[in-house]
Design a protein around this ligand. Sequence first.
Ligand code: IFG
Length: 533
Amino acid sequence: MIRGRGAAAAVAGVVLVLAAAGCSGGGTPSARGDAVSGASVSAGAGAVALVPLPSQVSVGGGEGYALSAGTVVHGEGGAAATAVAGDLASLLRPVTGLALPVVGTGGASGLVVRLDAAAGTGAEGYRLVSGPDGVVITAATGAGLFHGVQTLRQLVPVKGVGTVPAVRISDRPRYGYRSGSLDVARHFFPVADVERYVDLLAQYKFNVLHLHLTDDQGWRIAVPGLPGLTGIGAATQVGGGAGGYYTAADYRAIVAYAAARYITVVPEVDLPGHTNAALTAYPDLGCAGDAPAQPYTGVGVGFSRICTGKESTYGFVDKVVGALAALTPGPYLGIGGDEADALAPADYDAFMARAAAIVRAHGKQPVAWDEAAGAGKDGPQLLGVWHPLKLEPAGLAQQLVAAAQRGAKLVMEPADRAYLDQKYDEQTSLGTSWAGYLSVQKSYDWDPDGYLTGLPAGSVTGVEAPVWTETLSTVANLETMLLPRLPALAEVAWTPQAERGWADFRQRLAAQQPRWQAQGLSYQRADGVPWGS
Ligand code: IFG
């Protein structure tokens, strides 16, 4: 057994990844081992290259578990264990070619998924222990078991019947809000594409899918009583393509698919700016004198507004929010709030407070972009911090600190670190670069708690990786921008800051490449990563 603490370092093909310091996100303080002794490591354990890096991993000290035709998957301790055991079998059957029958009883051998309310692993953590007789994943929750399965996926060979190295893992996330945000307004992505994106989020332990459902170029969710929103507002997209939208049934399917992977859907209708599509359907949403909205297929921002001075506008907001809240089991509902450049600040702030009240009246917590900090204590209290420090409007950082001091929570997604529509470098054909080029290292090498100075401890509740789709119209386009930077942000969101470092991460990231290839995923061979063939 190799014990100790400190960052990971690859040694002789086996990763000496040592006990992590306590996590800032409520993780249990880890046992600080002594310095790494001359402990022998099991030869041939093979490199254990996990992304995101678990908060506590020790490798070696005996034989691993050799999968075989006789391997059985046990789901033990309740329905969630049975369901996750099924997930595990479904994921490993195509990889191993084994039958991997699932049984609902306990077992000391094989692959055991054990739900134990007393496991002490928190809301999303798990333990994973592997040895000659088998692998046991233990967690107090289904989410924890599911995250343990994602780790086990990376411990088996990319293809074929292999051996799970002897490891002992105790793991839980740094942040509780780990989000991927997908813009389906600039370019529409049908349900199957969204499900493929959810699969990627699940593989890297994200637990939120933020769907950016409406914008100037398209309104993508049907709202009962407002047929024009999709009848007219969904008819196009950037570049003039056919657009599209989700029916209630489509949206429910996405919610169910995400929920089965312990991912909560956060829908966003962007208000009071980014509203051209709604205005093409319902011109009365605009102020008198505003030019009538035409379908927009460009990529500009900040030009549109609904009329915050009309009472009828709030009836519209109520109908839209009510419809979406009724379809959304999760606690959050996004009302946008970004780039409302056509509005006076006071009108904007007042609107955001009223819209937030409407969301609360429908039983949801409002989420908004960072500009909404100016709406004060009546505004949304969960804010997506997206402006890069170097480009932010004067006073925004101070407003965000003030909001945090009065209890608002921040989801860090600064465009110069987390916007995956930004080009990797000047050679990248897709994407834009208004926030600067975003290398893999730049998306990895930052501390969400330290991006804004002066925040009270605990203000940052999570991290989000948005992918805006002005220039992305296919799944392959998305995946090229998501891989490899999404896994980088997954580790930023999951792994204790003190336990992660670029020199080690880049090695573990490169080891993900054959897994992406086996899954038929598109990815960018971005600079700075020691890619294989
Ligand atoms: N900013 C806009 C997005 C998108 C983005 C592209 C936010 C919150 C630039 N708003 O990011 O709609 O256009 O990088």
